[in-house]
Design a protein around this ligand. Structure first.
Ligand SMILES: *Cc1c(COP(=O)(O)O)cnc(C)c1O
Length: 462
C-alpha cells in the first residue's frame, strides 16, 4: 500500500473552495422542530420572522429542503481574505502523546476576530446590505461574535450596534476596543436604552448581565428602529448553514489525500461550529454512505446536551424571542461565576439537538481545569494558543488519542480548532496561579433552571 505523504498543513486552492453551503436539514428524516410563537404556540411564519431578521435569512432559517445553497460571489470574495482555512496534521502533538492515532485539526482562528464566527457574520451582513437596511443589532458575550460582526459590517458599510454582556464589557476591554475600531457601537447590557434592560436592572440592580439578557435588548433595539434587523451568531439553523463551509473544506482537504476520519470532535456552545464541521459528514451518515463517530464537547458547568431537557424553551432571558425546541438548561440558568471557558449558553441549536436526540452524535462534558491543561499541552507543541472554547475539543481529542495508545489503534481523529485565546489571558492567568476551580451544578441547581421552562401540553418537564 502506498500512502501519500501527508503535509503538516493541507491547504485547498482558492479555486477549490466550496461554492455552496450544505444544508444538513435536507437530509434529516426527522427535521428539527420549528420555532414557535410564544403567544400562539404556532410555528413562526415568514411574515412574523421578517420583522426581526433579514428576508433572505428567514428563507434560509425556514429552508428544510434544499441540500445546497449557493454562496453569493461577494461573500466568497470576503472568505478569500482569510480562507481556505488549513487542515493541520498535529504531528507534534501525536509525537508528544506517543499515540498511533492520526490527529488533525481544522484551524478557524486565522482572522482578526480570532474565531469561526466571521463565516456567518459576513453572510448575515451581506444579506442585510442587499435588502437595503441601515444596520443590524446583536449581542455578544466575551466578544468574539461582536468582533466578527463589526468586521463584516464595516466591510459592507452597515451600522453595527452590539449589546455586550456587562461583566465582559468591563473585564474584557480589548475585544470591546477591537469592535469600536471597526466602527461598532458597543453598549454594556443590561442597559437603560431598552425596556427589557431597564426592567432587568430594576429587578437585579448591579447584575453583570447574561447572553440571554443581551439578546432581549438587541432584539428590542432592532425591532424599534427603522431599517434595522437583529442578527445572531450561533444557535440558529441559518448560522449552521453558513458554518458548513468549515466541514465542506475539511471534507475536500481529506479527499485530496484519500483520508477518512474515524472520529470528529467539536466544542459546543450554541452548536454553530460543531454543526458546521459535522454537517457534510452527518449528511453521509444520514444517507447511509459512511459512518463516523461524532462527539460534541461541552463544559461540565453548562451541560445542556448531557444534562439538559429536550423541550421547547425561550432563547433569551427577557422571553421576547420565539420558542425553540432544543436541549436546554432553562433560559434562567447561569453558569457559576468561576466559569472561565466560554460556551455558556443555556440551550443548543435545534439541528444539533435533533441529531443528538436521534443518536447521530455523542456528547461529553468536561471540567475547566482539564480543558486548560489540554490547552497548554497543545500550545506548547503545536504553537497555536487556543481559545478556551476550542480547548474543550482539544481535551477530548487528546483523550481519544490516548485511548488509541492503549489499544494500539491507528484511528484518524479530527477536531475543530475554532479560535485563538489571546483575549482570554485572564482565564489562563487564573489557571497558572492555581486559582481555577471546577464547578459542576448539582441536580438542585439545574432544577431551578428547568422550573423556568414554559409548560404547555406536550412540553412538560418531568
Ligand atoms: C463562539 C465560539 C464558540 C462556541 O460557539 P458555537 O456556536 O457553539 O460554535 C467556540 N469557539 C470559539 C472560538 C468561539 O468564539
Amino acid at each position: 500500500m502506498s500512502e501519500k505523504k501527508i503535509p503538516y498543513k493541507i491547504y485547498l486552492e482558492e479555486s477549490e473552495m466550496p461554492k455552496q453551503w450544505y444544508n444538513v436539514r435536507a437530509d434529516m428524516k426527522n427535521k428539527p422542530e420549528p420555532l414557535l410563537n410564544p403567544g400562539t404556540l404556532k410555528p413562526m411564519s415568514f411574515e412574523e420572522l421578517q420583522g426581526v431578521f433579514c428576508d433572505e435569512l428567514v428563507r434560509q432559517e425556514l429552508n428544510d429542503t434544499d441540500a445546497y445553497i449557493d454562496i453569493p460571489e461577494e461573500i466568497r470574495n470576503f472568505y478569500k481574505m482569510y480562507r481556505p482555512a488549513p487542515l493541520v496534521r498535529a504531528y507534534c502533538l501525536e509525537k508528544k502523546l506517543g499515540t498511533p492515532a492520526k490527529i488533525y485539526y481544522k484551524f478557524e482562528g486565522n482572522n482578526t476576530s480570532g474565531s469561526h464566527k466571521l463565516n456567518s457574520a459576513i453572510a448575515q451582513a451581506y444579506y442585510a446590505k442587499e435588502q437595503g437596511l441601515k444596520g443590524v443589532t446583536t449581542e455578544t458575550g466575551a466578544g468574539q461574535w461582536g468582533t466578527a460582526l463589526s468586521m463584516a459590517c464595516s466591510y459592507f458599510d452597515l451600522d453595527c450596534r452590539v449589546y455586550m454582556v456587562k461583566v465582559s464589557y468591563e473585564q474584557k476591554p480589548f475585544r470591546r476596543e477591537v469592535m469600536r475600531t471597526y466602527g461598532a457601537k458597543v453598549t454594556p447590557s443590561p442597559s437603560d436604552t431598552t425596556n427589557v434592560g431597564r426592567k432587568i436592572l430594576e429587578e437585579f440592580p448591579g447584575t453583570g448581565g447574561s447572553l440571554g439578557c443581551a439578546i432581549s435588548e438587541a432584539v428590542e433595539a432592532a425591532t424599534g428602529m427603522e431599517g434595522y434587523r437583529y442578527v445572531l451568531g450561533s444557535v440558529l439553523s441559518q448560522v449552521l448553514l453558513h458554518q458548513s463551509i468549515i466541514g465542506e473544506e475539511t471534507k475536500a482537504a481529506f479527499k485530496k489525500y484519500d483520508i477518512k476520519p474515524d472520529i470528529i470532535i467539536g466544542c459546543a456552545g450554541g452548536g454553530s461550529n460543531l454543526g458546521g464541521l459535522i454537517s457534510p459528514f452527518v449528511g453521509e451518515k444520514l444517507r447511509g454512505e459512511a459512518d463516523y463517530r461524532i462527539i460534541a464537547v461541552e463544559p461540565a458547568s453548562c451541560p445542556s446536551l448531557t444534562r439538559g431537557k429536550y423541550v421547547y424553551d425561550f432563547c433569551d432571558t427577557g422571553k421576547v424571542c420565539p420558542l425553540a425546541k432544543m436541549y436546554t438548561l432553562g433560559s434562567g440558568f447561569m453558569p457559576a461565576p468561576n466559569h472561565a471557558g466560554g460556551l455558556r449558553y443555556h440551550g443548543m441549536s435545534s439541528v444539533v439537538s435533533r441529531l443528538y436526540h436521534d443518536g447521530l452524535l455523542e456528547a461529553v462534558a468536561v471540567e475547566q481545569t482539564s480543558v486548560f491543561e489540554a490547552a497548554e499541552q497543545f500550545a506548547r507543541v503545536e504553537g497555536i494558543l487556543p481559545a478556551p472554547e476550542s480547548s474543550h475539543a482539544i481535551k477530548v481529542a487528546i483523550d481519544e488519542a490516548l485511548k488509541c495508545k492503549e489499544t494500539g489503534e491507528e484511528k484518524t481523529i479530527v477536531f475543530g480548532l475554532t479560535g485563538t485565546g489571546y483575549f482570554d489571558m485572564v482565564a489562563y492567568e487564573k489557571f497558572h496561579n492555581g486559582e481555577m476551580s471546577d464547578y459542576v451544578p448539582s441536580d438542585e441547581d439545574l432544577a431551578k433552571g428547568f422550573a423556568g421552562i414554559p409548560s404547555f401540553p406536550g412540553n412538560e418537564v418531568f
